[in-house]
Design a protein around this ligand. Structure first.
Ligand code: APR
Length: 244
């Protein structure tokens, strides 16, 4: 089929809010992670240079929390997997989350812009490994054998998010941009809605527990818990599309 006849793509930006009802805390809500933990002590390159053990212990604990038996995809993750399966055009999930819940729900086209749980990277040689083991400042890189340079393959504050070329290309192709469960406080993700809207005929919708500071940038707003609002929204898109 000629590309002009393919339906427009859909980009879905997801944040911590979509996984909240799966049992994973968000970052900036009242019970959020960054209200309990000082992010400058665990999620910056300066923190890593200051105290590797503290940073690595934090991510070792995070990994165990994400692997707890009760953590599973919820109805919102599943609805997005259904959307990808049933929609004739391209559906790209750009997630800021490091959890694997989109993939576990069945989504295939998922971009983890802030990295993902279960991967580590050597700061010396740059090799990325799949790994589930606890890291310590004495851990040795299996490739270059350097000691103490292995870290989680997760984007820290001040670092460049991953896969930006792929994300920019998907934003250039989309006709619908949905933001689900993200506060819109962290760039560049917070700027994707404006980037999408630079092109005419792109429809934008915010689905979140409550309005965010980015609310005025979206054309449509649906507020409530993700498990309640995302499944019917997906059904609507599959049945009727979106305003063109
Ligand atoms: N359903 C829908 N939205 C929810 C729900 C829910 N059940 N619970 C909370 N939310 C919303 C909150 O109202 C908030 O707007 O999810 C949003 C979560 O915002 P943040 O905690 O800021 O999470 P996120 O936007 O993903 O943070 C971005 O910040 O610390 C970094 O790297 C981390 O990827 C993360 C990035």
């Amino acid at each position: 089929m000629h590309q002009d006849f393919l339906p427009a793509g859909i980009v879905v930006l997801t944040g911590a809010g979509i996984s909240k009802e799966s049992g994973i805390d968000t970052f900036r809500d009242k019970d959020g992670l960054w209200n309990r933990v000082n992010l400058e002590e665990v999620a910056t390159i300066e923190a890593w240079h200051r105290d590797k053990k503290k940073v690595l212990d934090f991510y070792n604990d995070t990994r165990k929390m994400l692997r707890a038996a009760h953590i599973a995809p919820n109805a919102a993750h599943k609805a997005l997997a259904h959307l990808e399966q049933k929609y004739d055009g391209e559906v790209t999930i750009v997630t800021q989350n490091i959890d694997p819940l989109h993939e576990q729900a069945g989504s295939q086209n998922v971009i983890h812009m802030h990295g993902r749980d279960g991967e580590i990277r050597c700061m010396h040689c740059g090799t990325v490994f799949a790994s589930d083991i606890d890291l310590t400042p004495q851990s040795v890189c299996a490739n270059c054998k350097t000691v103490g340079e292995l870290r989680p393959n997760i984007v820290w504050f001040g670092e460049m998010p991953m896969h930006m070329d792929e994300i920019n290309a998907a934003l250039e192709r989309c006709g619908l941009f949905m933001a689900i469960g993200t506060s819109g406080e962290v760039y560049p993700a917070a700027g994707f809605v404006l980037q999408a809207r630079r092109r005419s005929h792109v429809y934008t919708v915010e689905l979140n527990l409550e309005p965010t500071d980015n609310q005025p940038l979206f054309q449509e707003h649906v507020y409530g818990p993700a498990t309640r609002i995302v499944p019917p929204y997906v059904e609507r898109v599959l049945k009727r599309g979106w305003p063109q």
